[in-house]
Design a protein around this ligand. Structure first.
Ligand code: SF4
Ligand code: SF4
Length: 444
């Protein structure tokens, strides 16, 4: 069978899925958690609790503060110790609610039983409201508020829901384990999202290196009208929205536009599961699956972990900090960012923690660009990464914009393939930030 994939660019980094066979383990709560009020794309949420307040698990801590924003709920029962700044995984200080935890007591109205609820009773409007109330955001990494994604703009039409089960980043296995262990709930979540969008069809894309998940979901999908499972050829970055749409439908999202231009809406499998929990159980998004792995990890693991838990707590339960640790990364090795401190909390967008050994953490020695054009061939967006890097280095912002720097999806394929060790993505990220500001200023 010929497996579908996207055509333009892409690379094949070693998969290293060390934890794919490790079942999800629920982590105990640490004594103190740190819950940032900005865990989503858009405006930070507005805090509605005060120092000294007693809170229950699932209680609202901060309320959505704009059209693109999301509610934040308490991931634990306990006392608000203080409201202060905490460094996030990149080292930036974020306002957070510090909670000293006690034994779990859930807020009223949340169904915590393990029973699967299959019948979808809520209307389209009620579903979208529930998703907003429970603070569900995209768990594939973008953290865009899901209820906003469900509101298709005037003049656009959604006809197909795509569920992203690709998990193409090396090492990460949280989505893989979710599909195996919570496949039915994820499929119910997919049906809920279809109802919210008013679409009759959903395609779930999974790379062929997860045959057990493909078989499991294919077996279950027969009970769900309109949902089909699709095995895809293994190629990075197939989990990019634009690449996945192309692989599954052949449609191209135009430069600078959103997937809805092609009639598609894309959500991650983790988001579909969170939507199931929100709509069928009234459970806010207060926990997620996080992979702790890497070539220095002592016990590669998949944890169900409460938001706000310090990264160190996960590492302690994954065998501890290795003596040969060279680098800690939040996310996968291709798109993830160096983690400044293990005291940073897990947030809604945290998919993995990578422990890389000191011997592999070293970058290859930086050499001059040899104009080999490998970065151009690898770019899934048809960009010229070597040129963008030079334009950013020389602060040529207008030229960087006209060479479509904003189309870069920050997949890191160019940097991975470069034989000269050029820090292409580092420069391009910097350039996107500056060019983005220039574009926003021009619009205002
Ligand atoms: S891959 Fe590296 S060396 Fe080759 S053209 Fe791109 S930047 Fe230059
Ligand atoms: S330029 Fe951007 S989109 Fe293209 S390969 Fe590099 S990181 Fe990926």
């Amino acid at each position: 069978m010929i497996l579908k994939t996207f055509k333009l660019g892409g690379v094949h980094p070693p998969e290293n899925k060390l934890s794919s066979g490790v079942a999800i383990e629920t982590l105990p709560l640490p004594a103190r958690i740190f819950v940032p009020v900005s865990q989503h794309l858009g405006t930070p949420a507005k805090i509605v609790v005060s120092r000294g307040d007693e809170v229950k698990t699932g209680q609202l801590l901060a309320t959505s503060a704009g059209f693109i924003s999301a509610n934040i709920h308490s991931p634990a029962t306990g006392k608000v110790f203080k409201i202060d700044e905490v460094p996030d995984q990149s080292g930036y200080k974020r306002t957070a609610v510090f909670i000293d935890t006690k034994e779990d007591i859930w807020a009223d109205g949340i169904d915590t039983s393990p029973d699967i609820v299959r019948e979808i009773k809520l209307s389209k409007e009620e579903i979208i409201q529930r998703i907003a109330d429970t603070g569900v955001v995209g768990l594939g990494g973008a953290t865009f508020p899901t209820h906003v994604k469900m509101m298709v703009p005037d003049g656009k039409h959604a006809e197909l829901l795509i569920i992203n089960g690709v998990e193409c980043e090396p090492y990460l296995t949280s989505d893989h384990r979710l599909m195996l262990e919570h496949g039915e709930e994820m499929l119910i979540g997919t049906s809920i999202l279809m109802k919210a969008l008013g679409v009759k069809k959903a395609m779930i894309g999974i790379e062929a290196n997860k045959p057990d998940a493909i078989d499991h979901l294919t077996g279950l999908a027969g009970q769900f009208e309109g949902i089909t499972i699709h095995a895809l050829k293994v190629k990075y970055p197939q989990g990019g929205e634009k690449q996945l749409i192309k692989a599954l439908t052949g449609r191209e999202v135009p430069s600078g536009k959103l997937p809805i231009e092609t009639g598609c809406v894309v959500d991650n499998v983790g988001t579909a599961f969170a939507v199931y929990e929100a709509v069928q159980k009234n459970k806010p998004l207060i926990e997620r699956i996080v992979t702790v792995t890497g070539n220095a990890a002592l016990k590669p693991s998949n944890f169900m972990v409460r938001i706000g838990t310090p990264v160190q707590h996960l590492i302690d339960h994954a065998g501890g900090m290795p003596a040969n640790l060279g680098k800690l990364i939040g996310g996968g090795p291709m798109m993830g960012k160096a983690l400044v401190s293990p005291e940073a909390p897990i947030v809604k967008g945290s998919s993995g923690i990578l422990l890389i050994s000191d011997s592999t953490a070293k970058r290859v020695p930086l050499k001059n660009c040899i104009r080999c054009s490998r970065c151009v061939s690898a770019c899934p967006m048809g960009l010229e990464p070597y040129l963008l890097q030079q334009l950013v280095e020389h602060e040529m912002w207008a030229e960087a914009e006209s060479n479509r720097i904003m189309d870069c999806i920050e997949c890191g394929s160019c940097q991975f393939i470069c034989p000269s060790g050029r820090p292409l993505l580092d420069f391009i990220r910097l350039g996107k930030s500056t060019v983005g500001k220039i574009i926003r200023t021009r619009k205002n």
